[in-house]
Design a protein around this ligand. Structure first.
Ligand SMILES: Cc1ncc(COP(=O)(O)O)c(C=O)c1O
Length: 384
């Protein structure tokens, strides 16, 4: 059987990882400024993570949600404490799309309404409602088309207020990435987040912060939405939560009441997933990774701003983007093939940096030095 051709891929086979580095099958070492797509939060093969996950596997990998799973309670406690949301409720699932799907469904159950506001350049996943709320028609199958989603321009307070004035009583939820990832590291303004919060409160709609990529400490705050001094009703999370183990979740405000049958899952919250997620939170606390992400992110952003040739440096913490002009369009490829550095991209011309939250200054400097050298090599080859 052949593999279904899902992505355009690099001809590289990664076999081993440690911290912010990975090695291919020829022993070549790479610096991972992409974090395996924002997934590697505490570094590859972190010893505490390896010990916790392997210890759990040797004891019990899985049993169903029909029995008590104290690891889920432990995870909920730790997550509540680190995020400052001790009175929220946790529902565990397996991926980012699933987290958003459940959040949107719950908002509709809670309000009895059908309409959802999403924004231009949003990405919320590839399942039915999540993909319908994603601003990319090319990944929308005909069966996913729906009139329930209203797309508004990102960061446009007037458009949002206007929409609520006209149909606020039909809106079940607003779903927003406080820093858009796939859309190109677009940071929501504080005014915009505050307006979303205010409109949701005024019209009793559910405010959903999609923190799948920008959350879990990536921005230097646990939830990027909270950087504006506001609180969402539901936070969705995945990527960094399990450092590579598939685990997702939604944190739900106390006024949204559960009813059996609303949500459910076979694999969500299994023993191994909880062990992985607990290990990640332990390391976030013991290595003070929120402060580290803020500090290292500030250092990288300041340094990038001084590099001639790249444009529009932006982001927060270790979620950083910059644009490359046409003459440097081969920059990512050159960084990978000549300097052995993985970076992320966003169409049409953005480089996305999403390294592990505990990246060292030496690794950040290795990246910055290689970036400067590559820009200079490409400019010499391609003047003007
Ligand atoms: C903001 C955001 N939401 C949701 C998703 C979907 O997550 P998953 O691929 O785990 O379903 C992604 C994935 O890139 C994302 O960036």
């Amino acid at each position: 059987m052949k593999l279904f051709d899902v992505y355009p891929i690099n001809d590289i086979t990664i076999e081993k990882g440690l911290g912010s580095h990975v090695w291919d099958n020829h022993g070549q070492r790479y610096l991972d400024m992409y974090g395996g797509h924002a997934v590697i939060s505490i570094g590859h093969s972190h010893p505490h993570y390896v010990a916790t996950v392997s210890g759990q596997l040797a004891t019990l990998g899985f049993y169903s949600n029909s029995i008590k799973i104290p690891l889920q309670e432990q995870l909920a406690q730790k997550l509540g404490a680190v995020s400052g949301k001790t009175n929220y409720q946790l529902f565990l699932c397996n991926s980012g799309a699933e987290a958003n799907e459940n959040a949107l469904k719950l908002a509709s159950f809670h309000t009895g309404r059908k309409k959802v506001i999403a924004f231009s350049r949003s990405f919320h996943g590839r399942t039915s409602l999540a993909v319908a709320a994603t601003d990319n028609n090319s990944i929308l199958a005909p069966v996913n088309e729906t009139d329930h989603i209203i797309f508004l321009p990102f960061n446009d307070v007037a458009a949002l207020t206007d929409c609520f004035k006209q149909q606020g009583n039909e809106i079940a939820a607003v779903i927003v990435e406080a820093i858009q990832g796939v859309g190109g590291i677009n940071v929501a303004s504080s005014d915009f987040i505050q307006c979303i919060r205010q409109m949701c409160t005024q019209y009793a709609a559910v405010c959903i912060a999609d923190e799948v990529q920008c959350g879990y400490g990536r921005s230097g705050d646990f939830y990027a939405f909270d950087r504006s001094g506001e609180t969402a009703d539901i936070y969705t999370m995945a990527k960094g939560m399990g450092n590579g183990f598939p685990v997702g979740g939604i944190a739900i405000a106390p006024h949204i009441l559960p009813r059996h049958g609303m949500l459910g899952t076979t694999f969500g919250g299994n023993h191994l997933a909880c062990a992985a997620a607990i290990a990640v939170l332990d390391v976030i606390a013991s290595e003070d990774l929120l402060s580290h992400a803020k500090e290292m992110g500030g250092y990288i952003i300041d340094s990038l701003m001084k590099i001639p040739g790249i444009l529009n440096v932006r982001g927060a913490g270790l979620m950083i983007g910059f644009d490359v002009p046409a003459e440097l369009k081969e920059l990512r490829k050159a960084l990978l093939n000549r300097k052995f550095i993985f970076t992320g991209e966003a169409k049409p011309n953005t480089v996305r940096l999403l390294p592990a939250l505990n990246i060292s200054k030496a690794d950040a400097d290795e990246f910055l030095t290689a970036l400067k050298a590559t820009i200079s090599e490409l400019t010499t080859t391609n003047p003007g």
